[in-house]
Write a protein that binds this ligand. Sequence first.
Ligand code: FAD
Length: 322
Amino acid sequence: MGKTVLVIAEQKDQKLRQVSLEALAAARQLAGDGGNIVSVLVGDNVDAAAQQLADHEQSQVVCVTADILVSYEAEHYFAAVQPVIDEVKPDIVILPHTASGRDLAPKIACHLDAGQISDVVAIEAVGEDVTFKRPIYAGKAFETKRFLTGPWVVTIRPNNLQADATNGAAAPIVKRTYTEPTPVRSQVVDVQRKSGDTRDLTEAKVVVSGGRGVRSADGFAPLAELAEVLDGALGASRAACDAGYCDYSLQIGQTGKVVTPDVYIACGISGAIQHLAGMSQSKLIIAINKDGEAPIFDIADYGVVGDLFEIVPKLTEKLRDK
Ligand code: FAD
């Protein structure tokens, strides 16, 4: 018998995040024959994102909108999804393993008295037997887990599962007005945005990343050019951020963002374990480092021993010519 799966979809700046479609694909895999899939999207002015979600076959998309939901805030987002959870009574809830998904998932698990498996990178389903693969020890090993009882709450790491491509009849969009919890205990007062590249690092297919070897803020310019040619995003090691070469929003690693792009180009990065924690699951790793003994070469698929200031501009030029 099929299962009822609730997808907590995510948008950023009113645009549907790609990981929402990856969560929908996971839902399709887990719902099984005769299953029921419902998605919920929370935000302000997110009609276009809801429509994009609804273009993928499912029972319905529930859209909860209000001015106050413009930015993620745990108390409000949970209050927005809770009535949907209570109505749908899901066997399984799937969320993106993003900053907000990681925050919201345990609240939902607690509400449902459910078990939770986080940061899933692969789902294996053989009949009723479903297992979830997730990295542990900062990506040095994997573990495979299964639930013993329901309901299940699962968070999936962006860029690992194939996004849902199932078209068909558009699903109905049900709009819900938001009722604030009483009392409201917290509130987002101000959101300060960095100007510049707004590309989402965690969803980029290509990441060009710089470390201490980049030597200055200006040193990031050739990396930014390479990223632009490859339609990718710029990342950094913590040492580069600490040195003030770039903003902390670019930091990748144990205390930064976790990325799993198709291609990760590490420039002037030694490959400390804390950095690897954020990028070692990338599908193809290219390292450029003038020290042939740098540990980054141990996990790189391709390595170039040399000066990044010579190699990166040449690479950009070649790719531009293509
Ligand atoms: P370095 O280790 O100094 O390496 C610089 C590299 O650049 C060298 O290999 C050098 O050969 C090369 N180089 C220099 N000049 C050139 C050139 N012209 N061309 C090519 N190569 C050149 N780090 C993170 O990145 N992310 C994290 O989230 C993170 N979290 C941490 C959490 C904790 C609790 C701790 C203790 C540390 C954490 N760190 C993190 C820091 C981590 O341990 C390393 O210090 C850091 O990753 C090193 O950054 P790096 O590789 O840029 O610098």
